[in-house]
Design a protein around this ligand. Structure first.
Ligand code: SF4
Ligand code: SF4
Length: 164
């Protein structure tokens, strides 16, 4: 298996340019804009050629998660859980919102809370996807989920193997 594979950030991609010409296998030329994982041989030519820095080479085997102290772990879950609670309240308020303006504001707050949660978790520095902490967080989210995100959480749990 190749050591790394190319991933394209579609938001940065300006389409139809260099990676399509330099890729030796055609892996970068797909209908859905994603790099074809099966065809990619990890040569990195697309990443070096991309003028928009839209392609990143990502190792197939992620490094082990660094150890974190219990107080840090505890704080993370406290903050993450409080954000989840806030999002639940906001969703309830959204269901009962009367005006379009109110709905727009509540949607923005829900989005902001989700982004903040992600940032807090990331800034805490120990939420590598393959870590035990991420796995534990996903299991906790699954327990608290009302069915809305169940499918996505289960997919992540199946896909991301813990390596620490
Ligand atoms: S790393 Fe190489 S094989 Fe993979 S998509 Fe880029 S150019 Fe193609
Ligand atoms: S070279 Fe970069 S910007 Fe151009 S199509 Fe490829 S990924 Fe997109």
């Amino acid at each position: 298996m190749e050591k790394e594979h190319a991933y394209r950030n579609i938001k940065l991609c300006t389409k139809d340019c260099l990676c399509l010409f330099v890729c030796p296998t055609g892996a970068s030329d797909t209908e859905n804009g994603q790099i074809d994982f099966e065809k990619c041989i990890g040569c990195g030519a697309c990443s070096r050629a991309c003028p928009s820095h839209a392609i990143t080479m990502v190792p197939n085997k992620m490094p082990a998660q660094q150890k974190k102290s219990k107080p840090v772990v505890d704080e993370l879950f406290k903050i993450a859980n409080s954000k989840i609670e806030q999002i639940k309240i906001l969703k309830y308020q959204l269901e009962n919102a009367k005006t379009e303006e109110e709905k727009r504001l509540l949607k923005a707050l829900i989005h902001a809370n989700k982004v903040m949660t992600e940032d807090i978790v990331r800034e805490a520095g120990y939420m590598l996807p393959q870590s035990k902490n991420t796995n534990k967080l996903l299991h906790n989210l699954l327990k608290q989920d009302n069915g809305e995100n169940k499918e996505v959480i289960e997919k992540l749990l199946n896909k991301i193997k813990v390596n620490e």
